[in-house]
Design a protein around this ligand. Structure first.
Ligand code: GLN
Length: 495
């Protein structure tokens, strides 16, 4: 098979081809290594590990030959550069980590390698996963493989998992790891025509993932199809005693729920998600999604999540508060960068001043402020109380329905560079539909559902009950089938 045929396979069909020895892991890995090397314009990878990839592929081929293939045997994947990879530079796209090479492997990636997957390299992201455009990365922005019809303008792939989403959309890996604190899996997936799921908080171990906001951070996959996402999540998930918030529950065979009938499921449509100024196209897409699920036999019910309007302000207090505390460890003593100074305090100041980018500094300052003695009750404590209300809203809604359907994002992908002219609060509005699921800890998935008038992908979001990813996979499969989304970006970036 030609290289481009191999890279355009879904994970599922690649695994079948590998198992039936239609091609080897070495072949499909080499095809991806070549595609990655030819696609530097996208800036999706911040570290390519072709030698490691081919070594892992050879080992996978040997296991396949012995009949010992694991769940992901021989499949080349990309890893968001927020996951620690033993012996391989891990940066969180920040200058402050410098050349940090972890001496340990994250639990999620350990699971992937246990199941036979192959590492192609590390993927670009917003610095410390803070952002919605991938423009806060110390390595520069990622280009979205998609462009508006008839336009040469480079668009953002979204963030923070911009590298993961772009790499999957451009066939630079069969699937990728990502993380989602307030939307960082679902928004980039929606902007690139890919599938992303943020599982229930605690489904995947956070051990070895660079921390942003620990009570919100969750790992999950970005994939080409709903089924591929299910296969990846099964490997990534699982209880881990090394993360005290990891849930001690078994991992279902998520893929077996894709294609299952959704007849009789009750789908909630939350009226508070009909936000002011929502583009007509998003509104129309949402209506179409409702229609599709109705045709598939679902019952549509109106529900209310009355505290939705407080979700963004709550998130932008809780997340920076936790970030300011988590990022205190970068002091020039333990990791990567150290800027010298005459006193210890000066070393701290110089290191942090030079090592962190503007958005990260903004978050640290907001976080330190809302946690400070005089303001703690007014901001942080209040936000914690509102967070509880938001979670209660979901609980009440899930008494009336089995899952919720909403748009994934308030717009399609927009141009790179607008961030420099945009008020940061304006940028935070991107997360309006996604942060609620993180605050409540419930699982949520973005599924490509159509193209806008410029030919850019749009996504719908499904939100489920705690630990009920299975229903999301069934519904995601139904939406995917109805939308029949097959569009691919035109290849303009190679060479
Ligand atoms: N865009 C959001 C933020 O900037 C979410 C990021 C994320 O989920 N990691 O915080």
């Amino acid at each position: 098979m030609a290289g481009s045929e191999l890279t355009s396979l879904t994970l599922k069909s690649a695994l079948e081809g590998l198992k039936s020895k239609k091609f080897s892991s070495t072949e499909i890995t080499q095809a991806h290594v070549d595609a990655v090397a030819a696609s530097k314009t996208l800036n999706a990878y911040v570290l390519e590990t072709p030698e490691r990839a081919l070594q892992m592929a050879a080992a996978a081929d040997a296991r396949i030959a012995r009949g010992e293939a694991g769940l992901l045997e021989g499949a080349p994947l990309g890893i968001k550069d927020l996951f620690c990879t033993e012996g391989y530079r891990t940066t969180a796209a920040s200058k402050i980590l410098g050349d940090f090479k972890p001496t340990y492997e994250s639990t999620v990636t350990t699971h992937l390698w246990r199941d036979g997957a192959v590492m192609l390299g590390k993927l670009n992201l917003d610095e410390f996963a803070m952002g919605s455009t991938n423009e806060t990365s110390a390595f520069g922005p990622v280009a979205n493989p998609w462009r508006a019809e008839g336009s040469n303008q480079t668009l953002t792939p979204g963030g923070s998992s911009g590298g993961s989403a772009a790499a999957v959309a451009a066939d630079l890996c069969l699937g990728a790891t990502a993380t989602d604190t307030g939307g960082s899996i679902r928004q980039p997936a929606a902007f690139t025509g890919t599938v992303g799921i943020k599982p229930t908080y605690g489904r995947c171990s956070r051990w070895g993932i660079v921390a942003f906001a620990s009570s919100l951070d969750q790992a999950g996959p970005i994939a080409k199809t709903v089924e591929d996402a299910a296969i990846l999540l099964r490997s990534m998930a699982g209880h881990d005693p090394k993360d005290s918030t990891s849930l001690p529950v078994g991992v279902p065979d998520f893929a077996s729920f894709v294609g299952k009938s959704v007849k009789g499921l009750r789908i909630g449509v939350p009226k508070e998600y009909r936000v002011d100024g929502m583009p007509a196209e998003i509104e129309a897409l949402w209506a179409k999604g409702i229609e599709w699920l109705k045709e598939a036999g679902c019952e549509i019910v109106d529900v209310s999540l009355p505290h939705t309007k407080y979700a963004l302000p709550t998130y932008y207090i809780v997340a920076p508060a936790e970030a300011s505390s988590n990022l205190a460890r970068y002091d020039g003593m333990r990791y990567g960068l150290r800027a010298e100074g005459k006193t210890l305090t000066e070393v701290y100041e110089n290191t942090r001043g030079q090592g962190f980018g503007d958005e990260v500094k903004r978050r640290i300052m907001i976080g330190a402020y809302v946690l400070s003695a005089g303001y703690y009750d007014a901001y942080y404590l209040k936000a914690q109380k509102v967070r509880r209300r938001i979670a209660d809203d979901f609980k009440a809604a899930f008494e009336k329905c089995d899952a919720l359907l909403t748009p994934a994002t308030p717009s399609a992908a927009f141009a790179l560079g607008v961030k420099d002219t945009m008020d940061p609060v304006q940028m935070y509005l991107n997360d309006v539909f996604t942060v609620t699921a993180n605050l409540a800890g419930v699982p949520a998935m973005s599924v490509p559902a159509g193209l806008d008038k410029d030919g850019l992908p749009l996504g719908l979001q499904l939100i489920g009950r705690t630990l009920d990813e299975e229903t999301l996979f069934s519904l995601g499969g139904a939406l995917e089938k109805a939308a029949d989304f097959r569009a691919k970006p035109k290849t303009w970036w190679k060479g």
